[in-house]
Structure formats: C-alpha cells, structure tokens
Design a protein around this ligand. Structure first.
Ligand code: SF4
Ligand code: SF4
Length: 323
C-alpha cells in the first residue's frame, strides 16, 4: 500500500502507540525472505527439530509474504513479562515454573493489544492491511527483532535487548505499507561470556545454537516424547516442571532487566508458589488452576508425566497420588 501525499506520520504514531500498550522496545523491519537462515534452519530441523516441533517444519517460515500478501513492513515489539517477585522455586518447597508462565496467557494479552493497534491504525489509514503474529504463525520472530534493531540473539539463542535483558515476548505486526526500516542490530554483545552455556544442566547449548533434543523446556512443555536420560535426571535435580530459566537467570544482561507491569500480570499464582505436595494432580484441579494461563496447552497427562519424572527421582514428595 502506498502512502501517497498523506502527511500523517504513521511510523511515529505506531511506535508511540505500541509503547503505550506495554511494549518496552519497538522497531520496524523490512520483509524480504530470510534466505540467509535457510542452512541453519535445515540443520536444526534435521537434528531433531522436525520430530519435536513438526508445526515448525514449513518452508514458508522464511517468507513473510506468505503470511500477508503484499507485506512490506514488520513492526516488532518486545513485551517484558518478568517481575522481581516472580522467582521460580523461591517459595518454600515449591518446584519451578518459568517466569513467562506466571501470568495470564500472553497470547491473549499480546494478540488483543496488537489487534487494537492495527485497528486504531486503520482508523487513520482505512486501506491498511495487517496481520498479528504472536506464536500464531511460524515466522522467525527473533530474526525479525534483530532486523528491526531490537537487539541480538545471545549465545543461548534468545533475543537480548541490551539493558532491557531477555525476559520478554516478541510480537510481530505485518503491514502492507512501506515504512522506513530501523537499522538492523549488528553483531552481538555477548563477548567472551559463556555463563549460559556453563549453566545449562543438560548440555543443550553451544554458542548461538540450542539442541532441542537436550533442552528441559522441550520435554516439560512442548512434547510428550520420552526425554533422553540426562534430561530426565536434570529435571529431577533442578526441579523444573514447566520450562527452564537457567540460561537466562545467569545472563549478565538480565541483572536489571525491563520489568513487566505487575498490574498486567496479576498477583502471585498458587500454581507457582504452592509447595510441591499441593500441586494439582487430578484432571479437574489441573483444568481449574491452568484456566486462562499459557500452561493450559500442556495436557494433564503430560503434566503428570513430568511430575513423576521430577518427584519420582527426588523422592521428596513420593506420597502424592499422581493418578
Ligand atoms: S532452557 Fe534450560 S535446558 Fe534449555 S538451553 Fe536453557 S538452560 Fe539449557
Ligand atoms: S549469558 Fe553471556 S553468553 Fe549467554 S547470552 Fe548472556 S551474555 Fe551472551
């Protein structure tokens, strides 16, 4: 879509509105195909990604045009979620659930806000077409974020926004309007640091690569496949029952990160702060406790299998009936 002689500065307006909606950092990227990612992606799929994440095995992930006909610009936003008081495992006797799972389902919140942004923009530009992507299309969000200048992919492969850290979700709004792109982020600021690589309990990380076959999060959130023995052992040893924050916990860029808005994320969740012995085990309890959260996508039987792996080996809560 061409802007014509309209003097309305849509880019400045979008930037300002997105910040007002809770994004910590916002940038604009071009939408040419991510051809330079082809080799790396094929390697990742061949090395196990295809079996573990079959929904990501799509050639059109590299082609923004596939997700919105006539796409010209991607607005990319970093939406912080961490709160100082949300420390996994800090409550006495509790197991660990990733920080990003503590609040209401981020898909719902972010999608709603980005749709609102699009609709408001369309009030100014009625012919504008857009598509909101918040884990709803297998586009390359991190690569888009780098291209939009938001930060770099750290050695743990997650996006780091410099002083804002890495505790955040990425949202992409594809637009069929040509806007001045921001300068892509060049290089990385990891330097000689290897803290994330050293902290990974199961050896899933090598510099700028994550082997999904050995990541705890793969097996306690994404797939019900049987994990390799080292992953099972490390789940039990570390107590991570949903996700794993270890590689981000140790990152120096997360020492004073951008915090999520407490009003947005609600108060402490009983699921995350309850002693392990009080975690929901029955189907009805699980359904009730996970309603409206991102954990809802984990099936009850998967949750139980993880609890068995974690608690069965640690033995501390073996008195709980898990059936
Ligand atoms: S999330 Fe945990 S298991 Fe996965 S790469 Fe990071 S530290 Fe390793
Ligand atoms: S822990 Fe160090 S190496 Fe890993 S992402 Fe952070 S700065 Fe980079």
């Amino acid at each position: 879509m061409a802007l014509g002689g309209d003097s309305f500065d849509i880019k400045t307006w979008l930037h300002r509105e997105a910040l007002a909606l809770g994004f910590y950092r916002v940038g604009f990227a071009t939408c040419e195909p991510f051809t330079s990612e082809q080799v790396r992606r094929t390697e990742w799929l061949t090395a196990g990604g295809r079996e573990l994440f079959p929904y990501l095995d799509r050639a059109d992930s590299l082609e923004p045009e596939y997700w919105l006909a006539g796409v010209r610009t991607a607005l990319v936003g970093f939406f912080p979620y961490a709160r100082p008081e949300a420390i996994p495992g800090a409550a006495p006797g509790s197991l660990k659930l990733s920080r990003y799972l503590w609040g209401p389902d981020y898909h719902t919140i972010m999608k709603g806000r980005m749709k609102m942004l699009l609709e408001r923009a369309q009030e100014h530009l009625p012919n504008l077409k857009g598509r909101v992507c918040v884990d709803t299309a297998p586009i390359l969000e991190r690569q888009f974020a780098v291209r939009a200048g938001l930060g770099w992919q750290g050695k743990h492969t997650l996006l780091i926004t410099g002083k804002g850290g890495s505790w955040g979700f990425l949202g992409v709004l594809l637009l069929d309007i040509e806007l001045e792109p921001d300068q892509p982020f060049q290089g990385n600021r990891c330097g000689a640091c290897t803290a994330c690589l050293d902290a990974c309990p199961s050896g899933a990380l090598s510099p700028f690569r994550l082997d999904p076959n050995f990541c705890l999060s793969t097996f306690n959130l994404e797939t019900e496949q049987e994990p390799p023995p080292i992953v099972t052992r490390m789940m039990a040893a570390t107590g991570w029952v949903a996700g794993c924050d270890l590689c981000q916990d140790v990152c120096p860029w997360n020492r004073s990160p951008a915090w999520g808005d407490p009003a947005l994320w609600g108060g402490p969740s009983p699921l995350h702060t309850s002693p392990a012995a009080d975690l929901p085990c029955g189907t009805a309890q699980w359904q009730k406790r996970t309603r409206g959260t991102a954990l809802r996508r984990v099936r009850h039987r998967h949750w139980i299998a993880t609890l068995k792996r974690v608690m069965g080996e640690s033995g501390g809560v073996s008195h709980i009936s898990l059936d």
